[in-house]
Write a protein that binds this ligand. Structure first.
Ligand SMILES: *Cc1c(COP(=O)(O)O)cnc(C)c1O
Ligand SMILES: [Zn+2]
Length: 412
């Protein structure tokens, strides 16, 4: 298969290290381990890398040296990435964390971090010559896939559970994608997509394109380090659905350290799951790396993966770095959304509520110490999951258009 990709230089098995050509492969033939893009890091100088990045566009593609691509490969680019890293002073004060940052991915083109992974996956899919794009989605991926496909006029087929949040379904339809609403959970959708991927010549961004897709997740880690002045923080808190983002934040830091773009120092990565779907947090609490699938029942729909592909690797990384993986209650999800909105003016979706709620718990449990510089990844936008708040919030005053009535209510 001629793709024109000069990056990465190979695919490598995460388990046994066997190398494969850069093709639409996902699994090692020797040991069934997952395949990952391999870059020759010895050929990249950290100082050159930083210069190249700083001269690049204000998007995730500024990290092109460590992303799939190459000369002549046409990017599918809506401008995802390079989102704000916000110093969260008021939230930090409330939680008792002296140096707290919010990495705010809610302002991406389709309003979640999924624009990063899709921009990379569709770019690679087109280089491979696929003519249709598809995905198995918990909602945000549907939006991102549909949006990027629209940008290049590629047919898109988006599979998702049929009971998703209205905003996510409607936006996907507005972008012109064909929506396949499946009566079942995300895990059912994912299984169906694996079968479709073997039957039809489509690129599924998170199935047969998965090794390339997760490269987009690395860019969140790159950005955190760059925006801190090429420095790795003490602690990062990451929401977990499949666990891919979690593992790739670690990978990003390792790559930056290996090429010498940042100083090697200890850091910890902690994970956040909602109580109604917390298979990774449960395994972590039980002291095992063996993740038992669950049947999701949570308002954090974007994190509702009952059988997370990277759960095992997430636990290993949490243990290796001294982090923790914890879950919050469903009520705490809503409290987390409100706490972030009230203190920082950032309105996040349920996944962000989970991250903030678990951040709070980890601080209360002493896992995060007050003086640890901490970054929380806020991965989606609150306008997509209004349902979560509708029942709890309403106007403070209801009045006729009368000054008298308003003043009397105000003082009562
Ligand atoms: C998909 C998603 C995640 C996490 O995804 P992983 O599958 O763990 O990589 C986090 N937040 C939001 C809003 C998402 O849509
Ligand atoms: Zn292998």
């Amino acid at each position: 298969m001629v793709s024109g990709l000069t990056n990465p230089q190979a695919l490598e098995c995460r388990e046994c290290g066997a190398r494969y050509p850069v093709e639409p492969l996902t699994i090692c033939e020797e040991c069934f381990g997952p395949l990952e893009p391999w870059y020759d890091l010895t050929a990249i100088d950290g100082v050159d890398f930083r210069k190249h990045v700083e001269a690049g566009p204000p998007t995730l593609w500024r990290y092109e040296m460590l992303l799939p691509g190459g000369p002549g490969v046409e990017r599918v680019d809506l401008g995802a990435g390079f989102t704000p890293l916000r110093r969260a002073e008021r939230l930090g004060e409330r939680l008792g964390i002296e140096k707290l940052w919010i990495k705010d991915d809610s302002g991406n083109p389709s309003n979640s971090f999924k624009d990063r992974v899709v921009s990379v996956a569709i770019t690679v899919a087109r280089a491979f010559g696929f003519e249709a794009i598809s995905c198995a989605s918990t909602g945000n991926l549907a939006n991102a896939t549909a949006a990027h496909a629209a940008k290049v006029g590629m047919p898109a087929y988006v599979f998702c559970p049929d009971d998703l949040e209205v905003a996510k379904l409607v936006a996907t339809e507005a972008y012109g994608a064909k929506v396949v609403a499946v009566r079942g959970s995300y895990d059912d959708v994912n299984r169906l997509c694996s079968e479709v991927a073997e039957t039809l010549p489509w690129a599924f961004v998170n199935v047969n394109m998965r090794p390339y897709y997760t490269q987009g997740s690395k860019t969140l880690g790159f950005e955190v380090a760059e925006q801190l002045g090429w420095r790795i923080p003490d602690h990062v808190v990451v929401p977990i659905a499949s666990g891919a983002l979690f593992t790739k934040v670690h990978r990003a830091f390792r790559e930056l350290i290996t090429i010498g773009a940042v100083e090697d120092r200890p850091y910890r990565i902690s994970g956040a799951q909602p109580g109604g779907c917390s298979p990774v947090a449960q395994a972590f609490a039980a002291g095992t790396e063996d993740v038992r699938p669950v049947k999701p029942d949570t308002i954090a729909r974007s994190l509702a993966i009952g059988n997370p592909a990277d759960g095992y690797y997430a636990i290993r990384i949490a243990n290796q770095t001294g982090g923790a993986i914890d879950a919050c209650t469903e009520d705490e999800v809503v409290e987390g959304i409100r706490l972030l909105a009230e203190t920082e003016g950032v309105f996040t979706e349920t996944a962000g509520g989970v991250t903030v709620a678990v951040l709070k718990r980890l601080r209360e449990r002493g896992v995060i110490r007050p003086e640890e510089e901490t970054v929380a990844l806020i991965t989606g936008n609150g306008y997509k999951t209004i349902e979560a708040l509708e029942a709890t919030l309403e106007p403070t005053y209801r009045v006729a258009p009368s000054l008298e009535e308003f003043l009397s209510k105000l003082s009562s």
